[in-house]
Design a protein around this ligand. Structure first.
Ligand SMILES: [Zn+2]
Ligand SMILES: [Zn+2]
Length: 346
């Protein structure tokens, strides 16, 4: 089958003829119809994720059709989505419904061959295959597999967002734009900060108040701009990008007893965590990591009902060869914004 692969971190990406994925006991093979190009793929390619196995076929946010599932014959032919954290279904966390932090988790595109390929293997199919309603089409499904599911869980289950609250979204990439759409749908007032004017235009079209960041702005300066608009601070901040400055800005922009959710990977760690503020203002600093398969139904229902429109965030459908060109440039400030998907059949 055709797949996109790299052999070393930061090395060239090439479309190759790869071996067919291996069907494990209890697993499934999914024929990929759409797969998202995500900043996490760039982090993996850079070698920021110590679990990434070489050579690597990236890709972790996919939808497709089940072609083989010996233990679940009824699902063959079904359209599915798969959480990027593929859970074991047997450990204590999985037992508690928290497969997104499964201790035996596997991730396509990192620990396992990913979905920038015609077909992909999914372990523990009974746990990790989420059948899709007909009304949730391929573009929507691929766009929600990682980024919208992550934002949904971060804002609802982790931050406990309530209607009428003020939400600050830092970084208006895929996760950030999804967070804006979700927060607005839940009746929140949203402010979005980004360095890209293009990203802010999309954020504004989704109902966010834009804040234009400039190169070199620190956490205190960004938080100062937010407080210029919300004197008491925001109820919830979400760092969707993962930078020390944005994470600090998120914490410093909170009202007393506010909640900061860290979703973006802080590859370089925290530059300076405003610890004094966290203690004195009783701030909650929360991590959020994907979403378990069992938590997808309310999100899928919101998409099916038209309350959320993940397909509306999609700006481009790429071929595998185009993705090989696009992936290395994802972290550049002028990289195209919005959600880009790949159709490996093209
Ligand atoms: Zn992703
Ligand atoms: Zn587990």
């Amino acid at each position: 089958m055709r797949a996109l692969q790299y052999d070393r971190f930061g090395g060239p990406l090439a479309v190759i003829e790869a071996p067919e994925p291996i069907l494990e006991a209890g697993g499934a093979i999914v024929e990929v119809t759409r797969t998202g190009l995500c900043r996490s793929d760039w982090h993996g390619w850079q070698g920021h994720d110590s679990d990434t196995v070489l050579p690597c076929i990236p890709g972790h946010e996919f939808t497709g059709v089940v072609r083989a599932a010996p233990d679940l014959p009824g699902l063959v032919g079904a359209r599915v989505v798969v959480p990027f954290v593929m859970a074991c279904g047997r450990c204590r966390d999985c037992g508690a419904g928290a497969g997104q932090v499964c201790r035996a988790q596997r991730q396509p595109g990192f620990t396992d061959p990913g979905s920038f390929a015609e077909r992909v293997a999914v372990p523990n199919a009974a746990v990790n295959l989420v059948p899709l309603p007909d009304s949730v089409r391929d573009d929507a499904a691929a766009a929600l597999g990682c980024r919208m599911a992550t934002s949904w869980r971060a804002l609802t289950a982790v931050a406990g967002l309530q209607a009428g609250e003020r939400v600050l979204v830092l970084g208006a990439g895929g996760v950030g734009l999804a967070a804006i759409q979700i927060a607005r749908a839940m009746g929140a007032e949203v402010t979005a900060a980004d360095i890209s004017a293009e990203a802010l235009r999309i954020a504004e079209s989704l109902g966010a108040e834009p804040i234009q960041l400039t190169d070199g702005m620190g956490g205190e300066e960004i938080a100062g701009v937010v407080r210029g608009r919300h004197t008491d601070g925001v109820d919830i901040s979400l760092d969707a990008l993962g930078s020390p400055e944005l994470a600090a800005a998120g914490i410093l922009a909170l009202r007393r007893r506010g909640r900061h959710v860290q979703v973006g990977l802080l590859a370089d760690g925290w530059a300076s965590l405003p610890a004094g503020r966290i203690i004195a203002h009783e701030l909650a600093v929360l991590g959020s990591h994907g979403m378990a398969a069992g938590d997808y139904p309310p999100l899928l229902a919101a998409v099916a009902a038209g309350r959320l429109d993940p397909a509306g965030l999609v700006t481009e459908i790429l071929t595998l060869a185009q993705a090989a060109e696009a992936l290395p440039h994802m972290a550049q400030p002028d990289a195209p914004r919005g959600v880009r998907l790949i159709d490996p059949r093209l």
